[in-house]
Design a protein around this ligand. Structure first.
Ligand code: PLP
Length: 371
Protein backbone atom coordinates (compact mmCIF):
# COMPACT_ATOMS: atom_id res chain seq x y z
CA UNK A 1 0.00 0.00 0.00
CA UNK A 2 2.88 2.35 0.75
CA UNK A 3 4.24 1.66 -2.75
CA UNK A 4 0.86 2.48 -4.25
CA UNK A 5 0.73 5.78 -2.41
CA UNK A 6 4.31 6.62 -3.42
CA UNK A 7 3.57 5.81 -7.08
CA UNK A 8 0.50 8.00 -6.86
CA UNK A 9 -1.79 5.65 -8.85
CA UNK A 10 -4.20 4.82 -6.06
CA UNK A 11 -7.26 3.97 -8.12
CA UNK A 12 -7.84 1.04 -10.50
CA UNK A 13 -4.67 0.38 -12.43
CA UNK A 14 -1.73 -2.04 -12.72
CA UNK A 15 -2.11 -3.56 -9.24
CA UNK A 16 -5.77 -4.38 -9.76
CA UNK A 17 -4.77 -6.01 -13.07
CA UNK A 18 -2.01 -7.99 -11.39
CA UNK A 19 -4.37 -9.08 -8.61
CA UNK A 20 -6.88 -10.28 -11.21
CA UNK A 21 -4.21 -12.28 -13.00
CA UNK A 22 -2.79 -13.79 -9.81
CA UNK A 23 -6.17 -14.62 -8.29
CA UNK A 24 -7.47 -16.18 -11.51
CA UNK A 25 -4.29 -18.28 -11.70
CA UNK A 26 -4.78 -19.41 -8.07
CA UNK A 27 -8.22 -20.84 -8.88
CA UNK A 28 -7.30 -21.99 -12.39
CA UNK A 29 -9.71 -19.58 -14.10
CA UNK A 30 -9.19 -17.96 -17.50
CA UNK A 31 -10.53 -14.59 -16.33
CA UNK A 32 -10.79 -12.72 -13.05
CA UNK A 33 -12.73 -9.48 -12.95
CA UNK A 34 -11.85 -7.54 -9.80
CA UNK A 35 -14.71 -5.55 -8.29
CA UNK A 36 -15.37 -3.75 -5.03
CA UNK A 37 -17.46 -6.53 -3.41
CA UNK A 38 -18.84 -10.01 -3.93
CA UNK A 39 -22.24 -8.35 -4.13
CA UNK A 40 -20.97 -6.39 -7.14
CA UNK A 41 -19.52 -9.60 -8.62
CA UNK A 42 -22.90 -11.35 -8.29
CA UNK A 43 -24.67 -8.36 -9.85
CA UNK A 44 -22.41 -8.20 -12.93
CA UNK A 45 -22.47 -12.00 -13.22
CA UNK A 46 -26.28 -12.08 -13.25
CA UNK A 47 -26.36 -9.19 -15.72
CA UNK A 48 -23.82 -10.90 -17.99
CA UNK A 49 -25.77 -14.18 -18.16
CA UNK A 50 -28.76 -12.11 -19.29
CA UNK A 51 -30.96 -12.24 -16.20
CA UNK A 52 -33.96 -9.98 -16.63
CA UNK A 53 -37.52 -9.18 -15.71
CA UNK A 54 -39.63 -12.28 -15.24
CA UNK A 55 -36.74 -14.72 -14.91
CA UNK A 56 -36.45 -16.98 -11.88
CA UNK A 57 -33.26 -17.83 -10.03
CA UNK A 58 -32.87 -20.74 -7.61
CA UNK A 59 -31.11 -19.60 -4.43
CA UNK A 60 -30.71 -21.44 -1.12
CA UNK A 61 -32.60 -19.69 1.67
CA UNK A 62 -29.55 -20.21 3.92
CA UNK A 63 -27.40 -17.38 2.59
CA UNK A 64 -26.67 -13.69 2.86
CA UNK A 65 -29.19 -11.33 1.28
CA UNK A 66 -26.98 -10.16 -1.59
CA UNK A 67 -27.00 -13.62 -3.23
CA UNK A 68 -30.68 -13.03 -3.99
CA UNK A 69 -31.01 -9.23 -3.87
CA UNK A 70 -28.66 -8.70 -6.83
CA UNK A 71 -30.87 -10.93 -9.01
CA UNK A 72 -33.92 -9.05 -7.74
CA UNK A 73 -32.26 -5.74 -8.82
CA UNK A 74 -32.41 -7.03 -12.41
CA UNK A 75 -36.11 -7.80 -12.14
CA UNK A 76 -35.65 -11.52 -11.57
CA UNK A 77 -37.51 -13.43 -8.87
CA UNK A 78 -35.38 -15.22 -6.28
CA UNK A 79 -36.95 -18.66 -5.85
CA UNK A 80 -35.70 -19.82 -2.49
CA UNK A 81 -34.86 -23.48 -1.91
CA UNK A 82 -34.24 -25.42 1.30
CA UNK A 83 -30.86 -26.84 2.22
CA UNK A 84 -30.10 -30.47 2.93
CA UNK A 85 -29.23 -31.74 6.37
CA UNK A 86 -25.54 -32.29 7.12
CA UNK A 87 -23.46 -29.91 5.05
CA UNK A 88 -26.42 -27.51 4.81
CA UNK A 89 -25.89 -26.63 1.16
CA UNK A 90 -28.59 -26.35 -1.53
CA UNK A 91 -30.86 -29.42 -1.68
CA UNK A 92 -30.54 -30.34 -5.34
CA UNK A 93 -33.69 -32.50 -5.46
CA UNK A 94 -35.77 -29.69 -3.99
CA UNK A 95 -34.12 -27.28 -6.43
CA UNK A 96 -35.15 -29.54 -9.32
CA UNK A 97 -38.77 -29.52 -8.10
CA UNK A 98 -38.69 -25.70 -8.08
CA UNK A 99 -37.64 -25.42 -11.75
CA UNK A 100 -40.24 -23.78 -14.01
CA UNK A 101 -40.07 -22.67 -17.67
CA UNK A 102 -38.96 -19.27 -16.34
CA UNK A 103 -35.98 -20.59 -14.36
CA UNK A 104 -32.81 -19.09 -15.79
CA UNK A 105 -30.10 -19.85 -13.25
CA UNK A 106 -29.13 -21.78 -10.15
CA UNK A 107 -26.85 -20.34 -7.49
CA UNK A 108 -24.95 -22.78 -5.30
CA UNK A 109 -23.56 -21.17 -2.13
CA UNK A 110 -20.52 -22.99 -0.79
CA UNK A 111 -21.74 -22.66 2.75
CA UNK A 112 -19.04 -22.10 5.35
CA UNK A 113 -16.33 -22.74 2.78
CA UNK A 114 -17.23 -26.30 1.78
CA UNK A 115 -18.16 -27.04 -1.83
CA UNK A 116 -21.78 -27.90 -2.64
CA UNK A 117 -22.72 -31.12 -4.44
CA UNK A 118 -21.42 -29.63 -7.68
CA UNK A 119 -21.74 -32.73 -9.90
CA UNK A 120 -25.47 -32.95 -9.18
CA UNK A 121 -25.95 -29.18 -9.58
CA UNK A 122 -24.09 -29.06 -12.90
CA UNK A 123 -26.06 -32.09 -14.09
CA UNK A 124 -29.37 -30.44 -13.17
CA UNK A 125 -28.27 -27.21 -14.89
CA UNK A 126 -27.38 -29.13 -18.05
CA UNK A 127 -30.64 -31.07 -18.14
CA UNK A 128 -32.78 -27.97 -17.56
CA UNK A 129 -30.69 -25.46 -19.54
CA UNK A 130 -29.82 -23.30 -16.52
CA UNK A 131 -26.83 -21.03 -16.03
CA UNK A 132 -24.78 -21.60 -12.88
CA UNK A 133 -23.45 -18.68 -10.83
CA UNK A 134 -21.52 -19.85 -7.78
CA UNK A 135 -21.58 -17.75 -4.63
CA UNK A 136 -18.09 -18.59 -3.41
CA UNK A 137 -17.93 -15.78 -0.85
CA UNK A 138 -16.81 -18.36 1.74
CA UNK A 139 -14.87 -20.63 -0.54
CA UNK A 140 -11.36 -19.39 -1.18
CA UNK A 141 -9.26 -21.45 -1.15
CA UNK A 142 -11.50 -24.51 -1.51
CA UNK A 143 -11.68 -27.40 -3.91
CA UNK A 144 -14.07 -30.07 -5.16
CA UNK A 145 -12.71 -33.43 -6.36
CA UNK A 146 -9.20 -32.01 -6.58
CA UNK A 147 -10.12 -28.92 -8.59
CA UNK A 148 -10.23 -25.43 -7.04
CA UNK A 149 -13.56 -23.68 -6.71
CA UNK A 150 -13.56 -21.02 -9.42
CA UNK A 151 -14.30 -22.74 -12.71
CA UNK A 152 -17.28 -25.05 -12.20
CA UNK A 153 -20.16 -22.68 -12.97
CA UNK A 154 -20.52 -20.04 -15.67
CA UNK A 155 -19.26 -17.45 -13.17
CA UNK A 156 -17.84 -17.88 -9.65
CA UNK A 157 -18.04 -14.91 -7.27
CA UNK A 158 -15.60 -14.42 -4.39
CA UNK A 159 -15.65 -11.96 -1.48
CA UNK A 160 -12.76 -10.07 0.07
CA UNK A 161 -14.91 -8.45 2.75
CA UNK A 162 -13.08 -7.85 6.02
CA UNK A 163 -14.38 -11.02 7.73
CA UNK A 164 -13.71 -13.37 4.81
CA UNK A 165 -10.83 -15.80 4.30
CA UNK A 166 -8.75 -13.22 2.45
CA UNK A 167 -9.58 -9.54 2.48
CA UNK A 168 -9.07 -6.23 0.73
CA UNK A 169 -11.28 -4.46 3.34
CA UNK A 170 -13.99 -4.41 0.67
CA UNK A 171 -13.56 -6.31 -2.57
CA UNK A 172 -14.62 -9.19 -4.75
CA UNK A 173 -13.77 -11.14 -7.89
CA UNK A 174 -15.87 -12.68 -10.62
CA UNK A 175 -14.07 -15.59 -12.29
CA UNK A 176 -15.10 -17.22 -15.54
CA UNK A 177 -13.80 -19.39 -18.36
CA UNK A 178 -15.95 -17.55 -20.90
CA UNK A 179 -14.40 -14.65 -22.85
CA UNK A 180 -17.74 -13.00 -23.60
CA UNK A 181 -18.99 -13.16 -20.02
CA UNK A 182 -15.67 -11.72 -18.81
CA UNK A 183 -15.86 -8.86 -21.32
CA UNK A 184 -19.46 -8.07 -20.38
CA UNK A 185 -18.72 -8.10 -16.64
CA UNK A 186 -15.66 -5.92 -17.15
CA UNK A 187 -17.71 -3.45 -19.18
CA UNK A 188 -20.58 -3.29 -16.67
CA UNK A 189 -18.26 -3.01 -13.68
CA UNK A 190 -16.95 0.33 -14.96
CA UNK A 191 -19.76 2.53 -16.31
CA UNK A 192 -20.29 0.51 -19.47
CA UNK A 193 -17.30 2.35 -20.89
CA UNK A 194 -15.31 0.54 -23.53
CA UNK A 195 -11.86 1.37 -22.09
CA UNK A 196 -10.84 1.49 -18.48
CA UNK A 197 -9.16 4.51 -16.91
CA UNK A 198 -5.71 2.98 -17.09
CA UNK A 199 -5.80 2.79 -20.86
CA UNK A 200 -7.39 6.21 -21.17
CA UNK A 201 -4.78 8.07 -19.17
CA UNK A 202 -1.56 6.44 -20.31
CA UNK A 203 0.38 7.01 -23.48
CA UNK A 204 -0.83 3.77 -25.04
CA UNK A 205 -4.44 4.95 -24.74
CA UNK A 206 -6.26 8.04 -25.93
CA UNK A 207 -8.94 10.43 -24.76
CA UNK A 208 -11.63 8.61 -26.72
CA UNK A 209 -14.11 6.26 -25.11
CA UNK A 210 -17.57 4.95 -25.80
CA UNK A 211 -20.40 4.22 -23.41
CA UNK A 212 -21.83 0.92 -24.61
CA UNK A 213 -24.25 0.20 -21.75
CA UNK A 214 -25.59 1.88 -18.62
CA UNK A 215 -22.92 0.34 -16.42
CA UNK A 216 -22.24 0.30 -12.69
CA UNK A 217 -19.32 1.68 -10.66
CA UNK A 218 -17.83 -1.46 -9.18
CA UNK A 219 -14.06 -1.20 -9.83
CA UNK A 220 -11.52 -2.30 -7.24
CA UNK A 221 -8.89 0.27 -6.27
CA UNK A 222 -5.14 -0.37 -6.54
CA UNK A 223 -4.92 0.39 -2.81
CA UNK A 224 -7.27 -2.52 -2.13
CA UNK A 225 -5.59 -4.75 -4.73
CA UNK A 226 -2.23 -4.19 -3.03
CA UNK A 227 -3.68 -5.68 0.16
CA UNK A 228 -5.27 -8.47 -1.86
CA UNK A 229 -1.99 -9.53 -3.46
CA UNK A 230 -0.30 -9.86 -0.07
CA UNK A 231 -3.32 -11.71 1.33
CA UNK A 232 -3.34 -14.04 -1.67
CA UNK A 233 0.28 -14.97 -1.06
CA UNK A 234 -0.61 -15.85 2.55
CA UNK A 235 -3.88 -17.66 1.77
CA UNK A 236 -2.37 -21.13 2.06
CA UNK A 237 -0.76 -20.46 5.44
CA UNK A 238 -3.92 -18.85 6.77
CA UNK A 239 -5.97 -21.85 5.59
CA UNK A 240 -3.63 -24.28 7.36
CA UNK A 241 -4.13 -22.35 10.57
CA UNK A 242 -7.93 -22.42 10.20
CA UNK A 243 -7.75 -26.15 9.42
CA UNK A 244 -5.84 -26.71 12.65
CA UNK A 245 -8.44 -24.73 14.62
CA UNK A 246 -11.31 -26.61 12.97
CA UNK A 247 -9.59 -29.90 13.84
CA UNK A 248 -9.37 -28.87 17.51
CA UNK A 249 -13.05 -27.91 17.56
CA UNK A 250 -14.09 -31.13 15.81
CA UNK A 251 -12.11 -33.22 18.33
CA UNK A 252 -13.44 -31.28 21.32
CA UNK A 253 -17.10 -31.21 20.29
CA UNK A 254 -17.52 -34.12 17.87
CA UNK A 255 -18.54 -36.71 20.47
CA UNK A 256 -20.56 -34.37 22.69
CA UNK A 257 -24.21 -35.32 22.35
CA UNK A 258 -25.41 -31.79 23.10
CA UNK A 259 -23.48 -30.41 20.11
CA UNK A 260 -23.63 -31.04 16.39
CA UNK A 261 -20.41 -30.25 14.54
CA UNK A 262 -20.27 -29.28 10.85
CA UNK A 263 -20.41 -32.25 8.47
CA UNK A 264 -17.11 -32.59 6.63
CA UNK A 265 -17.56 -34.23 3.24
CA UNK A 266 -14.98 -36.27 1.30
CA UNK A 267 -13.32 -35.11 -1.94
CA UNK A 268 -13.18 -31.50 -0.85
CA UNK A 269 -10.79 -28.93 0.57
CA UNK A 270 -12.80 -26.93 3.10
CA UNK A 271 -11.90 -23.22 3.32
CA UNK A 272 -13.19 -23.11 6.91
CA UNK A 273 -14.55 -19.59 6.65
CA UNK A 274 -17.14 -20.58 9.27
CA UNK A 275 -17.28 -23.09 12.06
CA UNK A 276 -21.02 -23.29 12.59
CA UNK A 277 -21.85 -25.37 15.61
CA UNK A 278 -25.46 -26.54 16.06
CA UNK A 279 -26.85 -26.93 19.55
CA UNK A 280 -28.92 -30.01 20.31
CA UNK A 281 -31.45 -27.85 22.13
CA UNK A 282 -33.41 -30.92 23.28
CA UNK A 283 -30.44 -31.81 25.51
CA UNK A 284 -29.91 -28.28 26.83
CA UNK A 285 -32.23 -26.27 29.05
CA UNK A 286 -30.71 -22.97 27.93
CA UNK A 287 -31.75 -21.39 24.66
CA UNK A 288 -29.46 -20.67 21.75
CA UNK A 289 -29.72 -16.95 22.46
CA UNK A 290 -28.76 -17.49 26.11
CA UNK A 291 -25.83 -19.61 24.90
CA UNK A 292 -24.64 -16.74 22.68
CA UNK A 293 -25.08 -14.26 25.57
CA UNK A 294 -23.06 -16.48 27.91
CA UNK A 295 -20.20 -16.69 25.41
CA UNK A 296 -20.34 -12.94 24.91
CA UNK A 297 -20.15 -12.42 28.69
CA UNK A 298 -16.93 -14.46 28.60
CA UNK A 299 -15.51 -12.21 25.89
CA UNK A 300 -16.07 -14.66 23.03
CA UNK A 301 -17.56 -13.18 19.89
CA UNK A 302 -20.01 -15.39 18.01
CA UNK A 303 -22.49 -15.02 15.21
CA UNK A 304 -25.42 -16.80 13.58
CA UNK A 305 -25.26 -18.04 9.98
CA UNK A 306 -27.82 -17.36 8.69
CA UNK A 307 -31.24 -16.02 9.45
CA UNK A 308 -32.83 -17.72 6.40
CA UNK A 309 -33.85 -15.26 3.68
CA UNK A 310 -37.45 -16.45 3.65
CA UNK A 311 -37.84 -15.17 7.23
CA UNK A 312 -36.65 -11.66 6.33
CA UNK A 313 -39.37 -9.03 6.01
CA UNK A 314 -38.75 -7.90 2.44
CA UNK A 315 -38.64 -11.45 1.06
CA UNK A 316 -41.77 -12.39 2.98
CA UNK A 317 -43.70 -9.30 1.94
CA UNK A 318 -42.67 -9.33 -1.71
CA UNK A 319 -42.59 -13.02 -2.52
CA UNK A 320 -45.01 -14.44 0.04
CA UNK A 321 -42.61 -16.72 1.91
CA UNK A 322 -43.68 -17.84 5.38
CA UNK A 323 -42.11 -19.41 8.43
CA UNK A 324 -42.27 -23.17 7.95
CA UNK A 325 -41.57 -23.03 4.21
CA UNK A 326 -38.01 -24.36 4.54
CA UNK A 327 -37.81 -26.48 7.71
CA UNK A 328 -34.23 -27.74 7.37
CA UNK A 329 -32.84 -24.20 7.13
CA UNK A 330 -35.05 -22.99 9.96
CA UNK A 331 -33.93 -25.81 12.20
CA UNK A 332 -30.25 -25.11 11.45
CA UNK A 333 -30.81 -21.41 12.13
CA UNK A 334 -32.53 -22.09 15.47
CA UNK A 335 -29.51 -24.09 16.64
CA UNK A 336 -26.78 -21.95 15.09
CA UNK A 337 -23.69 -20.75 16.95
CA UNK A 338 -20.76 -19.75 14.73
CA UNK A 339 -17.54 -19.92 16.73
CA UNK A 340 -14.48 -17.73 16.10
CA UNK A 341 -12.15 -19.20 13.47
CA UNK A 342 -9.43 -17.01 12.00
CA UNK A 343 -5.75 -17.41 11.37
CA UNK A 344 -4.57 -15.05 14.09
CA UNK A 345 -6.25 -17.07 16.86
CA UNK A 346 -3.66 -18.46 19.24
CA UNK A 347 -3.81 -21.93 20.76
CA UNK A 348 -4.76 -20.23 24.03
CA UNK A 349 -7.66 -18.46 22.30
CA UNK A 350 -8.87 -21.79 20.91
CA UNK A 351 -8.56 -23.42 24.36
CA UNK A 352 -10.59 -20.63 25.88
CA UNK A 353 -13.42 -21.09 23.35
CA UNK A 354 -13.42 -24.86 23.82
CA UNK A 355 -13.42 -24.57 27.62
CA UNK A 356 -16.25 -22.03 27.58
CA UNK A 357 -18.45 -24.10 25.27
CA UNK A 358 -17.85 -27.35 27.19
CA UNK A 359 -18.38 -25.58 30.50
CA UNK A 360 -21.69 -24.12 29.35
CA UNK A 361 -22.87 -27.46 28.02
CA UNK A 362 -21.69 -29.39 31.09
CA UNK A 363 -23.19 -26.99 33.61
CA UNK A 364 -26.50 -26.95 31.89
CA UNK A 365 -26.66 -30.66 31.44
CA UNK A 366 -25.95 -31.42 35.10
CA UNK A 367 -28.69 -29.01 36.16
CA UNK A 368 -30.91 -30.80 33.66
CA UNK A 369 -30.37 -34.26 35.17
CA UNK A 370 -30.55 -33.11 38.79
CA UNK A 371 -33.56 -30.93 38.38
C1 PLP B 1 -20.14 -11.99 2.46
C2 PLP B 1 -21.10 -12.64 1.54
C3 PLP B 1 -21.57 -12.03 0.36
C4 PLP B 1 -21.30 -10.59 0.04
O1 PLP B 1 -19.95 -10.30 -0.01
P1 PLP B 1 -19.50 -8.75 -0.02
O2 PLP B 1 -18.08 -8.82 -0.52
O3 PLP B 1 -19.62 -8.24 1.36
O4 PLP B 1 -20.39 -8.04 -0.97
C5 PLP B 1 -22.36 -12.74 -0.49
N1 PLP B 1 -22.72 -14.01 -0.22
C6 PLP B 1 -22.33 -14.63 0.91
C7 PLP B 1 -22.74 -16.04 1.14
C8 PLP B 1 -21.51 -13.96 1.83
O5 PLP B 1 -21.13 -14.56 2.97
Amino acid sequence: MADVVRDGWINTGPRAKAFETEFAAAVGARHGVAVNSCTAALHVAYEAIGLRDGDEVLVPTMTFTSTAATAWHLGARPVLVDIREGDETLDVEKAERAVTPRTKAIVPVHYGGQACELDAILDLAKRKGLRVVEDAAHAFPASYKGRPIGTFGDVTCFSFYSTKTITTAEGGMACTQDDDLAARMRLMALHGISKDAWKRYTSEGSWYYEVLAPGYKYNLTDLAAAIGRVQLARAGDMLRRREAIAKRYLEAFGSNDALIVPTVLPDRTHAWHLFSLRLRLEALPLSRDAFLDELKARGIGTSVHYIPLHLQPCYRETFGFRPGDFPVAEDAYRRSVSLPIYSKMTDADVDRVIDAVLDLVGKNRSSDTTG
